[in-house]
Design a protein around this ligand. Structure first.
Ligand code: HEC
Length: 209
């Protein structure tokens, strides 16, 4: 009985001792590969098959850190795009290539561009949610520069003003993508699909009294 107690105590002590960590010492790690899980990084190419054998739990005999892919170029995990191709989005649209231009040239660079989305109730409803997320604080719920930001700062465009009532949906798309004058670009926050939805909603909003 005593011996059993002693063994229980001694193994508990060893376990607790093993958990000691601090400074540069990570302590003893049980099931080390749970701490050092190796992700398939798209670009990484650890070609040394023995890298990380000390934490290996795989039964293929390779180290835990080996993660290159001998079938792909440069031994990357990522596939290279097919040569001479341009990536399209889920809708099959090509990337938008117009650059930022001065306010007076927005209509010139967007001439002939059409909104690829239909004016359905769903699209308008989604456009409203997106407008209220990304535009309302400046342009206001009514689009008349009645947002909270315009309370404090002058210069927000009144989208129902004479200068803007007739702008095209492509004009709005370009302005969201690259900004215009005082307004900064929202291209990194709002996806191309969502920009077209907002453009639809802004046109509908401009017609509301
Ligand atoms: C941080 C405030 C702010 C936000 C957010 C904002 N805008 Fe603007 N917007 C402005 C200001 C300021 C102007 C006036 C720019 C100028 O004339 O110098 C403007 C101008 C515009 C114009 C007219 C530009 C032109 O000259 O043709 C459109 C259209 C427009 N915004 C649409 C939007 C839409 C759509 C959103 C939401 C995705 C949005 N804005 C978000 C501040 C903002």
């Amino acid at each position: 009985m005593r011996i059993n107690n002693f063994i229980a105590f001694a193994s508990a002590a060893v376990m607790v001792w093993g958990c000691k960590a601090g400074g540069d010492n990570p302590g003893r790690e049980y099931a080390a590969n749970m701490y050092h899980s190796v992700a398939y990084e798209p670009m990484s190419q650890v070609t040394d098959e023995s890298a990380g054998t000390w934490v290996n739990s795989l039964d293929n005999g390779r180290g835990e850190y080996f993660n290159s892919n001998k079938y792909n170029p440069y031994r990357m995990n990522m596939r290279e795009p097919a040569p001479n191709t341009v990536k399209r989005n889920a809708y099959g649209w090509l990337p938008y290539r117009n650059k930022r231009v001065g306010k007076d040239s927005v209509d010139i660079v967007t001439a002939g561009m059409k909104n690829p989305l239909d004016s359905t109730k769903e699209i308008l409803a989604e456009g409203k949610v997106l407008y209220e997320t990304y535009c309302k604080h400046c342009h206001g719920a009514k689009g008349e520069a009645d947002g909270k930001v315009s309370d404090k700062y002058a210069g927000v465009a009144n989208l129902k003003g004479d200068a803007y009532v007739a702008i095209s949906e492509a004009h709005i798309f370009q302005v969201i993508t690259h900004g215009a004058g005082l307004m900064g670009s929202h291209g990194s926050q709002v996806s191309p699909e969502d920009r077209w939805k907002i453009a639809k909603y802004v046109k509908a909003l401009q017609k509301q009294k």
